[in-house]
Ligand binder design. Structure first.
Ligand SMILES: CC(C)(COP(=O)(O)OP(=O)(O)OC[C@H]1O[C@@H](n2cnc3c(N)ncnc32)[C@H](O)[C@@H]1O)[C@@H](O)C(=O)NCCC(=O)NCCS
Ligand SMILES: Nc1ncnc2c1ncn2[C@@H]1O[C@H](COP(=O)(O)OP(=O)(O)OP(=O)(O)O)[C@@H](O)[C@H]1O
Length: 277
């Protein structure tokens, strides 16, 4: 199974990328959707939100009044954190359940608006970031979602800056041209990287045996290996040294090679890893 994290600022085009990848065969675990389900009418999640924010966030139909709650939390960091402390653990629980139910050859795409903010990058085999200029994003949100411009800007202010998202990006998709142009680049990503990466992981195959990690990839590869094995990987002449028994390395994207070392299964991110006692 390959776990892909997809993120981007509000209005950047995550949903557009997600629906294209889902059309190609990815199994979508959509955090925004789960965040709605866990506070649907009658759920314990909704009861917790009402206990924290009062009856004013309930509509006459017993559903959460999302615009009212949005107006309360975007612009008030403490209130937003209170809401996140209720919703995020419930979303995580559902995401884990959905992922566990996926078949072994699945490419699972987890659409997570706050992936960079909560430091989730190293939990994925690969992180895709969609990016568009702020002015473009605001224009799309006002035009297509009827979102008032101050609301769009308040949400952007509550999210990470582009630089923070770029720092966790294995793949950066700019989305300032047409949707067709975006779809074509998503198709290339699927065909040339995600499909072979998943197959390599499943078959325990290294993409480019002996290839060294690129300097620009090193911080993300180190974070991934640290997440999987614990400890702090070291870079020695381009080869990564890391402590641990290493049983988890193969499924995490670094299968064992014939010479006993490990290598990256990702065709777009080479690495050679040596386990030290
Ligand atoms: C405040 C709520 C009710 C507003 O609902 P609304 O229908 O207007 O927006 P929706 O949930 O569809 O989110 C749309 C976009 O807003 C942005 N956004 C949502 N929550 C947050 C947040 N906590 N911080 C920053 N941006 C956020 C994201 O880009 C998201 O894609 C809702 O966003 C919410 O419950 N947020 C808290 C849960 C959360 O953090 N969700 C995001 C991922 S799990
Ligand atoms: N390249 C594009 N050209 C024109 N419109 C676009 C383009 N990409 C996305 N859009 C439109 O902009 C809006 C925002 O895109 P999308 O819903 O994919 O963003 P998102 O990142 O998922 O936002 P959110 O954070 O709210 O989930 C949508 O209405 C979408 O159709």
């Amino acid at each position: 199974m390959l776990m892909i994290g997809l993120t981007g600022g509000i209005g950047a085009g995550k949903s557009a990328v997600a629906s294209r990848l889902a059309a190609r065969g990815a199994l979508l675990v959509d955090s925004d959707r789960l965040a709605r389900e866990v506070v649907a009418a009658g759920t314990p999640g909704l009861a917790a939100v009402v206990a924290a924010f009062g009856d004013g966030v309930l509509g006459p139909d017993g559903e959460l009044d999302r615009p009212a709650l949005g107006a309360r939390v975007f612009g008030d960091d403490a209130a937003r954190r209170r809401l996140e402390a209720i919703v995020h653990p419930l979303v995580r629980e559902r995401s884990v359940e959905m992922t566990a139910a996926a078949p072994p050859d699945a490419i699972v795409l987890n659409d997570v608006p706050l992936l960079a903010e909560v430091g989730l990058g190293p939990a994925y085999h690969l992180v895709v970031v969609v990016e568009a200029d702020e002015a473009t994003r605001v224009r799309r949100l006002v035009r297509d979602r009827g979102m008032p411009e101050p609301q769009a800007r308040a949400r952007i202010a509550a999210q990470a800056a582009d630089a923070e998202r770029r720092a966790v990006a294995d793949v950066l998709l700019r989305n300032d041209a047409t949707l067709d142009d975006l779809a074509a680049r998503v198709d290339t990503l699927w065909d040339d990287r995600l499909v072979p990466y998943e197959e390599n992981v499943r078959r325990g195959r290294v993409a480019e045996p002996g290839a060294l990690v690129r300097p620009e990839d090193w911080p993300r590869v180190a974070a991934r290996l640290g997440h999987v094995l614990g400890g702090e990987p070291r870079l020695v002449d381009g080869v990564i040294e890391v402590r641990g028994p290493g049983d988890e390395l193969g499924p995490a994207g670094f299968p064992r090679m014939a010479d006993g070392r490990h290598g990256s299964a990702d065709p777009g991110r080479p690495a050679t890893v040596v386990l030290i006692a």
